[in-house]
Design a protein. Structure first.
Length: 725
């Protein structure tokens, strides 16, 4: 796999963000990259010109624009002979990818034009004639950037018309061609009135979110991920996807409509502004979304087209005299509308925090600032849209998605923000009803970690709310971060005590609760652990080379009696054997993370006794779990496993294979237990099933109902042991 530098990645990410496009780096064996919805996917597995691939995929978003069509027509008319050569090559190249009707629709011509613009063609052409790419690309991107937001630059032919400034801006943005009538002024002003009336009376159906909207599906998947990270059962949500998406769609549609009408009602009754200004403001929030995004200490303005029935992001903060007045009176002093809008937002922010201070009983702020509470719909239905406007404005400079989803989030519950003494936000606490859904900071941008000097404020808040659902989990997360910081300091100052090793390694292998990305404290600890590998190996009574701190991909092995055997005894991370040559795990005893035996050549688990999280045996050759005693997460069995061996503890879901007849020593299942298709006839030593149990045998289900109450065995054997290492 290619080691793509962060410098190149960030350069691509930031460039795309400046156009309102997201970027994701993927690992694939074949494709170079592709574009889908509002995201460009680039394959970092293959060595290539990543920036050129990005440019290619980027231009796919703009093939329907007048700017692209104009450049394409110019190239195709100027270089006719070369284009015919390229068409023959591209027809062969894409005939297997595009359908015939798609090729007939000139999609191949679009591909040719894109590659000419980015100088990406392989056959021999007259390079002197066709080296136009860089110039053409820059012209196209500049034009696209200028059209991202309301154009407040007036062309000379419009500037001379007897119209107000805002009427001229309306003309610039509303018409592709000027009205061809005897009285242009009357036509323009009538169009302004007609458009304003339309904007005032838009039906709720215009805001309806399709259940196949990528934005909506992303929210649905995020919720599943969050629930699973908390160890909650997501079976119902997964099995009733369409129903859940419909519920989400209805709720978001209602919120977006309420938010838009709040802006309409505010603007409609305001006599300070002319109709042309009102039209421009309402059209802008109806057609686009605005936010600020911080990347590598630089702030980008992100303006995206609002896709009808797809975009769930909230509307601009326009129901404010401060913001409207700033835009209305300062339009001549700004180069673009986005900067003008955010200037108004900044002035508005200053008025929010002073009026909204609250004191939370028992919560220590250490003199660093104060908390602000924004009441949600369930707490204050009449004011929640107004509160969303304030919340969105306040957090624009943060990495939180609240800046565009404030109304949707407040529709679900209250929201708390901690701001410093200069009114800058540092901590966000998002509620869903009486549940703490998220606690976020502003450290490391999109990772949204809490800054070290504000962690005690978050802990104080959570300590006073730990009885609330998820409160203790969020509290544990921040206490865990404090320990990680302490371990790092002690290792770096050579003051770590030997007795701290067990807890340190336990903390190291923990997943970051509902994390947005990498945890910098854990990353730092991973590097520092190499310095104390001797202490770690001494505690676990093995050699340093037998310990792996990090993930294992099955590459290293040793040969014993003709068998390819795993080199390690302990792996502090995930272990993936799918592409490995290993056939026997040998002396490997502990895998602290996930284990992927799926599709591997492994025939024996050797001395493996402990897997800290999930394990999959699908498509593997394993028939017996042998000495495996503990699995901290779920198990995905293959159809070949006949014997559970010494397994006593399963922390997650389990679906028993068709050949398993006996539970042997199994005493605990921490998730759902699916007995359908298995040959199990009794529960052996099983003491508890934490989740649901599924049966296709009436006899086994009847036995379960007799012997278990709320998942616990009436006559337990008391053999359950949670293995601590």
């Amino acid at each position: 796999m290619v080691n793509l530098s962060n410098e190149i990645k960030n350069k691509i990410i930031n460039f795309n963000l400046s156009l309102g496009i997201n970027t994701e780096f993927i690992k694939d064996e074949h494709i170079l990259g592709y574009s889908l919805n509002n995201t460009i996917y680039i394959n970092e597995y293959i060595n290539q010109d990543y920036e050129k691939t990005n440019k290619h995929e980027l231009l796919h978003f703009y093939t329907n624009t007048n700017e692209f069509k104009s450049i394409k027509d110019y190239l195709f008319s100027k270089y006719k002979e070369d284009i015919e050569l390229l068409r023959k090559e591209y027809y062969l190249r894409y005939s297997g990818l595009y359908k015939k009707e798609e090729i007939d629709e000139c999609l191949i011509d679009d591909e040719i034009a894109i590659d000419l613009i980015i100088d990406n063609y392989n056959i021999t052409l007259d390079k002197n004639r066709l080296l136009v790419g860089t110039v053409m690309f820059n012209i196209l991107i500049k034009s696209i950037k200028e059209k991202r937001y309301l154009n407040i630059k007036i062309k000379n032919n419009i500037n001379n018309m007897k119209l107000t400034k805002w009427e001229k801006i309306f003309v610039t943005n509303y018409y592709d061609k000027m009205p061809n009538t005897n009285n242009k002024y009357e036509t323009i002003r009538q169009d302004i009135k007609n458009e304003l009336n339309r904007l005032y009376n838009i039906d709720k159906e215009e805001f309806e979110i399709d259940i196949n909207s990528p934005d909506l599906i992303r929210e649905y998947e995020s919720e599943i991920k969050a629930l699973e990270q908390r160890g909650e059962d997501t079976t119902y949500i997964k099995n009733n996807k369409e129903e859940i998406l419909k519920e989400m769609s209805n709720k978001i549609t209602e919120t977006l409509y309420e938010e838009y009408m709040h802006i309409v009602n505010f603007i409609k009754t305001n006599e300070l502004y002319e109709d042309a200004f009102k039209v421009c403001m309402l059209r802008e929030t109806l057609l686009k979304t605005y936010k600020k995004e911080k990347n590598n200490n630089e702030t980008d303005t992100i303006v995206k087209k609002r896709e009808k029935h797809k975009t769930i992001m909230g509307h601009m903060t326009l129901a404010s005299d401060t913001i409207l007045k700033t835009i209305y009176e300062n339009v001549d002093t700004y180069e673009n509308f986005a900067n003008l809008y955010f200037a108004g937002l900044e002035l508005y922010n200053k008025s929010i925090t002073d009026k909204s201070k609250i004191k939370l009983d028992g919560v220590n702020t250490y003199g660093l600032g104060h908390w602000i509470k924004f009441e949600g719909k369930s707490s204050n239905e009449k004011e929640y849209i107004e509160n969303a406007k304030k919340l969105s404005a306040l957090v624009q400079g943060t990495p939180w998605c609240t800046k565009t989803l404030a109304s949707i989030q407040l529709a679900n519950g209250d929201f708390y923000v901690f701001v410093d003494n200069d009114n800058k936000p540092h901590i966000a606490v998002k509620m869903i009803g009486n549940t703490i859904d998220e606690v976020r900071g502003i450290k490391n941008e999109n990772e949204q970690e809490i800054e070290d000097n504000y962690r005690n404020i978050a802990i104080s808040f959570l300590e006073n709310n730990k009885e609330i659902k998820n409160g203790k989990e969020w509290l544990d997360k921040e206490e865990w971060n404090k320990r990680l910081i302490r371990y790092n300091e002690e290792i770096e100052t050579n003051t770590l005590k030997d007795e701290e090793i067990p807890q340190l390694m336990e903390d190291y292998i923990k997943y970051d609760y509902k994390s947005h990305g990498e945890n910098t404290n854990k990353d730092r600890l991973k590097e520092n652990l190499q310095k104390i590998k001797g202490k770690i190996s001494e505690y676990y009574n093995c050699n340093e080379e037998e310990i792996l701190i990090g993930d294992y991909y099955g590459i290293e092995y040793k040969e014993i009696n003709g068998q390819k055997v795993c080199s390690y005894r302990i792996i502090f991370g995930d272990a993936n054997f799918k592409y490995s040559e290993i056939t026997d795990l040998g002396n490997l005893t502990i895998i602290r993370g996930n284990a992927f035996i799926s599709g591997s050549k492994i025939t024996s688990l050797g001395n493996l006794t402990y897997i800290g999280r999930y394990v999959s045996f699908l498509g593997s050759k394993i028939t017996n779990l042998r000495n495996l005693t503990y699995v901290g997460g779920g198990i995905c069995f293959n159809s070949q496993i006949k014997n559970l061996g010494k397994l006593t503890y399963i922390g997650g879901d389990i679906c028993f294979g068709v050949k398993i007849k006996d539970l042997n020593d199994l005493t605990y299942i921490g998730g759902n237990a699916n007995f359908k298709g298995s040959q199990i006839t009794d529960f052996g030593n099983l003491e508890e099933i934490k989740g649901r149990a599924y049966f296709n045998s009436p006899e086994l289900e009847e036995l379960y109902n007799k012997e278990f109450i709320n998942g616990k065995r009436i006559k337990a054997t008391n053999k359950t042991k949670i293995l601590k290492l």
